[in-house]
Design a binder for this molecule. Structure first.
Ligand SMILES: Cc1ncc(COP(=O)(O)O)c(C=O)c1O
Length: 398
């Protein structure tokens, strides 16, 4: 089976991980800080905080921004975690429909969904294609809302605003940006995630919440009078005293993971270039295929191509999507569906959402099918995917 996505691990990655395994620090050592600095440099953001996974990153940023009792607007075409972390942080999820062409959150539909209860907007860069960030920033400024990018698919992507290209993660048009380093993503740490931001207040809250709400730096203690005499010293950490300033978690990333991430980050550009090569081969191969609609990358947007999602023209096909999916799977093509609209999940239906609420998202879902794209794909695998997809589509054609 050729999977829809797969990690690419080099000898250098393995060597870096081994080095940490032989070191005194498996966690809470120097690699985490190094990875954070490298991520900040790569994206252009002032700060980066790495955490256990992308879901934890979403959870912490929702808590840091304070969504309790307020609404957050996001796309129904995303992974469950985007919406779930708003709810787990005490917020209420609102969806707005997607743009039919890009399948990203539509700024105009978001504008119409904003109410006095809205705290923020969470655009999702689906498949690695950046959303229209300047439009969201404009909306947010006018209505005093926050913007958090769910960029779990989009490390390595960029977009143009005016004459300037911006890297996703630079937070040029948002308060924060969230990444995932799951093995199918553009770089991996096994499990892992990160938040980038230019806001010092958010950065400090995220550090606090990631580690039990605990502070050891004597300069940051808020109740110095509670510290036993001699338990703190100026500069560096306290001797042993710690103060809990908030209710937090253990959402830390290990040094083993950070070492892998650091090593992977060095190949990010090359891996995105390879993804782009595969996409251009696919685009040429399927251009004349009347039964499918190809994924879009508008001028001024550079996708990281985490996913390559074909949309079936169901009216021109005699067979349904499930039949096509099954045939492709049985012929060794690891297709997948990204995603079932979140509002149609039983949990969200129970909150009042129903079929028909977001027609563009629902129409997209009926026809979408992701085919394999990952940097270590061999040319023979690309050829096999193209041949098999064409054969199955020809079979399914009316
Ligand atoms: C859009 C999106 N948001 C959030 C997540 C959650 O990331 P993680 O799996 O690292 O927790 C994912 C992961 O699949 C995702 O695709």
């Amino acid at each position: 089976m050729i999977p829809y996505g797969r990690q690419s691990i080099s000898k250098a990655d393995i060597a870096e991980v081994l080095r940490v395994l032989k070191s005194p620090w498996l966690t809470q050592g120097p690699k985490v800080r190094e990875f954070e600095e490298a991520l900040a440099k790569e994206t252009g953001a002032r700060y980066a905080v790495v955490v256990a996974n992308g879901t934890a990153a979403l959870h912490l940023i929702c808590l840091a921004l304070g969504v309790e009792g307020r609404d957050v607007i996001t796309s129904p075409i995303t992974f469950l975690a985007t919406a779930n972390m708003v709810v787990l942080s005490g917020g209420k999820i609102r969806f707005a429909d997607v743009d039919e062409a890009t399948v990203n959150l539509d700024p105009e539909k978001v504008r119409r969904a904003i109410t006095a209860r809205t705290a923020g907007i969470m655009p999702v860069h689906l498949a690695g294609l950046p959303c229209d960030m300047p439009a969201f920033q404009k909306l947010a400024r006018r209505k005093k809302l926050f913007v958090v990018e769910d960029a779990c698919h989009a490390l390595g992507a960029s977009y143009k605003a005016g004459a300037t290209w911006h890297r996703v993660g630079s937070c040029a048009h948002s308060d924060a940006c969230v990444f995932s380093f799951h093995p199918v993503k553009t770089i991996t740490t096994g499990e892992g995630g990160a938040i980038t931001t230019n806001r010092k207040d958010l950065y400090e809250k995220l550090l606090l919440l990631r580690n039990h709400g605990m502070v050891k730096d004597p300069l940051r203690l808020k109740n110095k009078d509670l510290a036993p005499q001699g338990s703190t010293k100026a500069g560096g950490d306290t001797l042993w005293y710690y103060e809990m300033q908030a209710l937090g978690f253990n959402y830390r990333m290990t040094d083993i993971q950070a070492a892998l991430g650091l090593s992977q980050l060095k190949r990010l550009k090359a891996m995105v270039v390879r993804r782009r090569q595969i996409v251009s081969i696919y685009n040429k191969a399927f251009a004349a295929c009347a039964q499918v609609c190809l994924p879009l990358e508008k001028k001024g947007f550079r996708s990281a191509w985490h996913l390559y999602i074909l949309r079936l023209r169901l009216k021109q096909l005699g067979k349904g999507r499930t039949e096509i999916f099954r045939r492709l799977r049985s012929r060794g093509i690891g297709v997948q569906i990204h995603y079932i609209p979140v509002h149609l999940q039983p949990y969200y239906r129970a909150q009042g959402f129903r079929r028909g609420d977001f027609p563009a998202a629902e129409k997209y879902y009926e026809a979408a099918i992701s085919i394999p794209v990952f940097p270590s794909m061999r040319n023979s695998e690309i050829t096999a995917v193209i041949r098999t997809v064409k054969k199955v589509l020809a079979y399914a054609a009316l």
